[in-house]
Ligand binder design. Sequence first.
Ligand code: HEM
Length: 407
Amino acid sequence: MQNANAPLLTEALTQLHNPYPIYHRLRASDPVQWQADMSAWAVTSYADIVPGLRDNRLSAARLTIDSAWFPEEMRTTIDPVVLALTRQMLFLDPPDHSRLRGLVAKAFTPRVIEQLRGRMQEIVDQLLDTVQEKGEMDLVANFSYPLPAIVIAELLGVPAEDRDQFVQWTSSFGALLGGHDLTVEDVLQALLGVSEFISYFRNVIQQRRSAPRDDLLQAMIAAEEQGDKLSEEELLGNCVLLLAAGHGTTTHLISNGMLALINNPDQLEMLREDPSIISLAVLELLRYDSPVQLTSRTAIQSMCIGDKQIEEGQEVLFCLGAANRDPAQFAEPDRLNLRRQENRHLAFGQGIHYCLGAPLARVEAEIAFSTLVRRLRSPRLAIPETELEWSPSLVFRGLRSLPITFR
Ligand code: HEM
């Protein structure tokens, strides 16, 4: 089971500035190994993760919250939240997953996303206009946080002014997904946060029923009104999912990516001199420091991954961040190479749950990075890199702030 010389995956939490050496050591010692402290298998090799995420013996229904954990008087608040959360497509298997994904997917076709380009460029330019003269900013607070929040709020059709409220709620949702070793109290706090998120959507949806508009939310409401296509819990749960998934991850991509460019000035210069490489560059930034480092599944029957027997009911942690640095798949995996070809990174996952928002996130990041390198000359860290604060999560990888200076 656990190789005596291998680090534990949870040691990555003590190396948040650079968890990659730990992944390399885990993979080299055994790419599929039991983590006693997490009671789960950790898979760190690209070759095992790709088929694993495509295997229907591994279920995505992994959100196990039992309302019996909570005091009786809390249950009327908590039960509907748990119901809505478990109806998110991310936690469902076919056929429910296929039905929900099909309903929402229409809003995320590359064609629809291309039409948003102009508006995204406008938001990017407005955000940079407010800091350009100052020569300094917190890239997270001033840019990488508001940009995706505004874009997803507009796409979904909720007021962008409400976005500051989404932060708290999104982080409550993230705590459920990203936390390990959560106490019942932690879970309760997170669920109460998500419950406000759900109440917010209940109100917005109520208003919409009397004053319809033409956007993604309206399309989802129409499906719910037809009854058999989308239940109310599914509508609420998936609104929360879209807003939460569409925002923190893209924030992390932009700030992790900008840090990588600042630390690799030759690459930053290359992108400035040749903006035509932007699509390849974004794929590489996604691979190099992935916003989602890990996802999990539960075995619904016994099976093998690599040479290991996984028993029914066991949890499997697929370390996407480790796969993206696997030397068997990527030459010089720890080097940022914006011209990297054949970049089949796993930052958006793999298989039926492959990120629905990937086309949106890619276009958003292309516009963001192209504009950042064009408009900000000589960007530098404003504080020593050792003082940067990373979110303490094995799932989401992102900076709390990124103070920079520029000309
Ligand atoms: C850089 C930004 C993003 C990254 C790195 C990312 C990453 C991921 C990953 C790894 C998964 C698969 C999780 C799993 O298999 O368990 C996923 C699923 C998903 N993502 Fe993203 N995501 C990003 C942006 C977005 C955006 C902008 C949206 C929506 C607006 C979005 C919506 C979703 C949804 C709805 C799913 C669930 C799909 C399903 O279950 O079929 N994501 N994302």
